[in-house]
Design a protein around this ligand. Sequence first.
Ligand code: PGA
Length: 244
Amino acid sequence: MRKIIIGNWKMNPKTTEEAKKLFRKASEIKTKKSEIIIAPPFIYLPLLKSRKIKLAAQDVFYKQEDAYTGEISPAMLKSLGVNYALVGHSERRMEIGEDDELINKKVKAGLKAGLKIILAVGEKQRDGEEFWKFLKNQIKSDLRGVQKKLAKNLIIAYEPVWAIGTKKPIYPGDLLETAIFIRRTLLDIFGRKIALTVKILYGGSVEPENAREFLETEGISGLLVGNASLDAEKFKKIIKETDK
Ligand code: PGA
């Protein structure tokens, strides 16, 4: 099974030229064992083309058209040939104040429109046992009412907030435990057969040095890479780990 490696560029790089250059370098990476997806800022999406790399939007709105200033609809992404959208990234939850109710609407609208939705979830702190409850509630709220038949287009990106951009990734043992927990939660929601088809990725301070141990963790189908995806060499090294 090929691993999914997503480069989340966040609000980078500053210019179109830099974006094209970074994308070109990513498209030159040779890999047999991974599927590369780049999530650039919206305005770069129409400019980046490659047969090898798929594109993801970093967010998507829950209406298809009408008077919603500043928003981008699932239909608009589809018409550009963009088939993936990230929803619920912790930076949007925390900086912009997106809550589970809004994220749930986006997940449902995106899936209904035929997008593959990468839903980012993760606890803010990992101490005591309370965070398990938080994580379960978050996943259940974000997926409330999602039709079973659409769950095949759902990817869960587990990104503990405390591990994002901190150079302090999760311990692989803790990741394994959490992947099992997420799978169980999906089982409660969708039932066994469908829950087993949903891919779970890890994100949070992924670097070339630690990528392998996360990729080898049972139940983890790939990585969501932030900072290191802006460095063409590092991103390449991370992808090369899947081929070893
Ligand atoms: P990071 O970001 O790799 O820089 O920690 C991951 C993410 O936010 O998706």
